[in-house]
Design a binder for this molecule. Structure first.
Ligand SMILES: CC(C)(COP(=O)(O)OP(=O)(O)OC[C@H]1O[C@@H](n2cnc3c(N)ncnc32)[C@H](O)[C@@H]1OP(=O)(O)O)[C@@H](O)C(=O)NCCC(=O)NCCS
Length: 374
């Protein structure tokens, strides 16, 4: 088995941001209009009034202050309540293809590689803008990479699961170097008319280059010491949009086809699962939780991360030990733990250990134990 390292990482952020205050003020204006227009039905009890959102609640319940948006136009417009994204022709690069390329170029440069060095491209995410051709193959073509590309959908664990597939391929000798990209365009799947979830997500794109330790030359290399993945079926986080809606005689964009969750249950069920998963994973590679210098955790909710690390370590963690990026990025589906890695790895010393861990819909949990080797 070959030793495998992460030799480069890349983070691309869209140019637009939306603060909690902007989002809440637009939602509240929409709710007020909706309630006024439906006053009689609300009065008769036929429908319930839309409740108001609050920026203070959002920050306290989630740790989120702001988020990036691929396109801001349309999101805050109460007559639209969704982003306005231009339709591209078959001859143009797709939106997620463009986001993927932006992050991929940064990661390839950080790894000191060229397209000729890479022979597998995996694009993984919570949402894909089309079924085929694979965005990974589009990106492979745009970068001039020879070999194979495929897409993977594993909701919030898409990035860690793809990194594990990359690790397996290199360790087994079926790939030399793998580009894993997570162009998380979450905003079109958000129900901006739902108070409980309108604030949760943001758009971003991340990428990593993995290769055999024999070929790696970059200044920042992290050996993959171990990987672990786990799935348990749950209906508590769902996004039902899909091609079958075309045949179901329903509105394909109705609320139940957009993101929705039973947030309290997710919180209660996923936190202990993630803590147990991490504890087992660390033991399996012959380490103890106290050996871990940095926790690059999934970024869904600050309180969730604090609960998980408290269960694991028996104490509260600092920003240095378990960095959070939720305040500026919000929940970026599978990219969250990779953003945390991208922004917080250069200060680690040779020999330091860290864990990347994601958890989310499915349920799915994925983790990688890393050791800084240069
Ligand atoms: C979604 C989440 C942030 C909500 O936090 P919470 O503390 O569980 O909040 P609840 O949904 O129980 O709501 C608490 C109260 O605030 C209210 N509330 C909910 N959203 C609100 C908003 N935007 N503004 C103001 N109040 C709000 C609720 O109605 C509820 O009121 P009640 O006590 O009178 O019933 C939290 O459950 C969570 O993070 N869950 C899972 C993690 C996640 O986001 N996963 C995404 C996929 S990985």
């Amino acid at each position: 088995m070959k030793e495998v390292v992460i030799s480069g990482s890349g983070l691309w952020k869209p140019e637009f941001t939306i603060t909690n205050e902007e989002l809440v003020s637009s939602y509240n204006a929409w709710a007020e209009t909706h309630n006024a227009e439906n006053a009689a039905a609300i009065e008769s009890g036929a429908i319930t009034a839309k409740p108001f959102s609050s920026a203070e609640f959002v920050e306290k319940a989630s740790g989120i202050k702001s988020r990036y948006a691929y396109r801001k136009e349309g999101i805050l417009d109460i007559s639209r309540m969704r982003p306005k994204i231009d339709r591209r022709s078959d001859d143009e690069i797709s939106h997620q293809g463009e986001m993927a390329l932006n992050a991929a170029k940064i990661a390839i440069e950080a790894a000191g590689k060229t397209a000729a060095d890479i022979d597998l491209v995996i694009v993984s995410w919570a949402y894909t803008e089309r079924a085929y051709p694979a965005i990974a193959i589009e990106v492979q073509g745009a970068l001039g990479i020879k070999g194979t590309g495929f897409d993977m959908l594993v909701a919030c664990s898409a990035a860690t699961f793809a990194l594990q597939r990359a690790y397996d391929a290199i360790a087994a000798g079926s790939a030399k170097a793998v580009l894993v990209i997570n162009p998380e365009l979450t905003s079109p799947q958000i129900n901006y008319k739902d108070r409980d979830s309108h604030f949760i997500f943001g758009d971003v794109s991340t990428a990593m280059v993995l290769e055999s330790a024999d070929t790696a030359t970059s200044s920042q290399q992290f050996q993959i010491v171990g990987t672990k993945s786990q799935t348990v079926f749950s209906n508590n986080i769902r996004s039902n949009f899909g091609y079958v809606s075309h045949a179901e005689d329903v509105d394909p964009f109705m609320a139940e086809n957009l993101f929705h969750q039973n947030g309290r249950s997710v919180f209660k069920e996923v936190c202990p699962m993630a803590a147990e998963h991490l504890s087992e994973q660390i033991q399996q590679v012959g380490l103890e939780v106290g050996d871990i210098r940095r926790w690059w955790l999934h970024q869904a909710n600050l309180n969730m991360n604090q609960l998980i690390t408290r269960r694991l370590l028996g104490k509260d963690t600092t920003q240095d030990e378990a960095p959070t990026v939720l305040d500026t990025f919000a929940n970026t589906a599978s990219a969250g733990s990779i953003i945390a890695f991208c922004q917080h790895h250069k200060d680690l010393k040779k020999g330091d250990l860290g864990v990347i861990c994601s958890f989310g819909a499915g349920y799915s949990i994925g983790s990688l134990v890393l050791k800084k080797v240069s």
